[in-house]
Design a protein around this ligand. Structure first.
Ligand SMILES: *Cc1c(COP(=O)(O)O)cnc(C)c1O
Length: 383
């Protein structure tokens, strides 16, 4: 393998930007001096790990996600992993989930010691609720739906199935901050919901961070223990566990976004996605995202399905539009899944989606003019 490089910093590279980019972090944090001022308060108090800022941020985060408790952890991946651990899920247990997600969803299940059991997705990119029951077996302990691109899964039905079969529901809400199903936020659905504060997420910080939210006090307490060495207090270790605390400095950044920007970020993404829907709907080779009136979808990504995807991708890139694919290979076909026993053809909708998916920049710093340029470029390609 040689010496693996830290490839991820490439995605923050600002030296060779296109005209229209997914990359918006420099603009987003142009008020960084204000955040420095808030971080200075932490430094002056020396309040570094699980400090007051974490406490305040957790409280506020619980409020805006509709949950009673929020527990800050090291990342979205850890939010998922620690949730599984807190619910006692591990070796010999199966967790039902989607093959169409970011690697971390599956990584959390596998590193917790459990086995992911995939169920194909539907036309809306989310786990196909109709197919879940057939996958439930004696080893099943939880259903782990992913609210892909910020569209909440059919949670009432998933909760009902979980109740019938005595399962937990762990929501991967990493795309779904402020998303709603009817009047319910992602955080108030299921046993727990997991969020990421990664720089490329809607509510983002200056590094890694994540939160689990829940209405179950026992689960919340267990999470508070195991994110911090299992310590009930300084000298009492209830169980040997992990160190995955939300960093105090990241909590300051998160609070800044939550207080000042999250609503705007969300509204702009929704507005931009509506504008793209309107402009693209008439193109027969494109399918715009499926919407449902009772779901407030927050468009962490704006993902369309298109014919000749790879050619369109090249075309947009050469027209200085930074379209991307999230993601070209579903989880069951990744090399990491070799030992899970799946093969090509097992999940036709996920596989087709991976072949046809294309994401267009939809973030809050995209102008209407840029959106129109993208629409015109796509029209031009199919003409
Ligand atoms: C980003 C993401 C994660 C992991 O979050 P990190 O904070 O990067 O660990 C998990 N699931 C989904 C769907 C994600 O998009």
């Amino acid at each position: 393998m040689g010496n693996l490089k830290n490839y991820l910093p490439d995605q923050y590279d600002n030296t060779d930007l296109k005209e229209i980019n997914h990359n918006y972090l420099i603009e987003q944090f142009s008020d960084y001096r204000e955040i420095f001022g808030k971080i200075e308060q932490v430094v002056r108090k020396g309040d570094y790990t699980l400090g007051r800022a974490v406490d305040e941020f957790e409280k506020k985060f619980a409020e805006v996600t509709g949950a009673q408790f929020a527990i800050g952890v090291g990342s979205g991946t850890d939010a998922l992993f620690l949730s599984l651990k807190a619910l006692g899920i591990g070796k010999g247990d199966e967790v039902i989930t989607t093959p169409y997600t970011f690697y971390a969803t599956i990584g959390a299940i596998v590193t917790a010691g459990a086995t992911p059991v995939f169920v194909d997705i539907g036309e809306d990119y989310n786990i196909d609720t109709k197919k879940i029951e057939a996958a439930i077996g004696p080893q099943t302990k939880a259903i782990l739906p992913v609210h892909w691109s910020g569209k909440i899964c059919e949670m009432p039905r998933i909760d009902e199935l979980a109740k019938q079969h005595g399962l937990h529901v762990i929501g991967d809400a990493c795309h779904a901050i402020l998303a709603k199903y009817n009047n319910y936020y992602a955080g108030s659905l299921g046993t727990v919901a997991c969020f990421s504060l990664h720089p490329l997420k809607n509510l983002n910080v200056w590094g890694d961070g994540g939160l689990v939210v829940t209405n179950n006090q026992e689960v919340a307490n267990r999470l508070k223990l195991i994110r911090n060495h299992g310590l009930a207090d300084r000298d009492t270790c209830r169980e040997f566990a992990y160190n995955s605390r939300l960093d105090t400095i990241q909590a300051v950044v998160g609070m800044h976004i939550l207080d000042n920007k999250l609503e705007y970020i969300t509204e702009q993404r929704i507005n931009n996605s509506l504008f793209l829907d309107e402009g693209l709907r008439g193109i027969t080779q494109i399918r715009v995202p499926i919407r449902e009136p009772n779901i407030k979808q927050v468009f962490h990504i704006y993902m369309i399905l298109c014919e000749q995807r790879d050619k369109l991708l090249d075309y947009l890139q050469s027209n200085s539009i930074d379209a991307k694919v999230h993601y070209p290979v579903p989880m069951h076909l990744q090399p990491a899944a070799n030992n899970l026993g799946y093969q090509k053809g097992d999940f036709p909708v996920a596989e087709k989606t991976a072949e046809m998916a294309l994401s267009l920049p939809v973030h809050e710093h995209i102008s209407k003019e840029d959106l129109s340029k993208m629409i015109d470029a796509i029209k031009g390609f199919y003409r």
